[in-house]
Ligand binder design. Structure first.
Ligand SMILES: [Zn+2]
Length: 207
């Protein structure tokens, strides 16, 4: 507690979106929070908490590249609120893996952090290494190129057993859905019963 107080005095927590000072870390200011566009209608087996826009993008970037790992519980809470039906009856949470070369640079996989934080709230076990990325996919390129690249990018990690399991894939944002589809295909091929998807944000109408 004392350490927290000292840290807050020397490094006052700021809103990860607008950089305004806030009371405690791991949150965003009321104004930015009110700008989040929550999604209320979900497809069966798929749920996302908010629309991918400037506000949610800043939150994801802060979690991904800004070392703001304290944001994971906040985003996870919104994901659980949105994804009740997706989490219902699930056996396992896992995430879209990063290629090890990228993991080396980034130090952590933001999707694994979100999966662990969601697991803590809903008590469905989380395992970050069910899948492995066998091909590093370039970030740039056209949509078509990216979809082509992501095909066959994943494999079941050594010794994993997903037979008969209902698995929820967790990711920060879903855009084309190609990555999640590719992961789902590998899991189903290895005997998983059902694959669902839960993300923090969802790109809407720009694909
Ligand atoms: Zn703000």
């Amino acid at each position: 507690m004392l350490l927290d107080t000292l840290l807050n005095a020397f490094f006052p927590p700021t809103c990860p979106v607008c950089a305004k000072r806030i009371e405690s870390p791991g949150a965003l200011c009321a104004e930015c929070f009110s700008r989040l566009q929550f999604i209320h209608a979900h497809q069966p087996g798929k749920a996302s908490a908010v629309v991918y826009d400037e506000v949610s993008k800043q939150l994801i970037l802060a979690l991904k590249y800004g070392d703001k790992t304290e944001l994971a519980p906040l985003l996870a809470r919104m994901m659980v609120n949105a994804g009740g039906s997706v989490l219902d009856g699930a056996d396992l949470l896992t995430c879209v893996p990063l290629h090890w070369t990228r993991l080396l640079v980034r130090k952590y996989n933001q999707a694994a952090l979100l999966a662990a934080a969601v697991s803590k709230i809903c008590a469905v076990p989380s395992h970050p290494r069910v899948l492995k990325r066998i091909k590093a996919t370039p970030k740039q390129g056209t949509r078509r190129e990216r979809i082509e690249n992501v095909k066959q990018a994943f494999a079941l990690d050594y010794g994993r057993n997903v037979k008969g399991k209902t698995i929820v894939l967790i990711d920060d944002v879903v855009t084309t859905g190609a990555t999640a589809d590719s992961c789902a295909r590998v899991l189903l091929k290895n005997g998983a019963k059902e694959i669902r998807l839960l993300t923090f944000a969802k790109a809407v109408g720009k694909n």
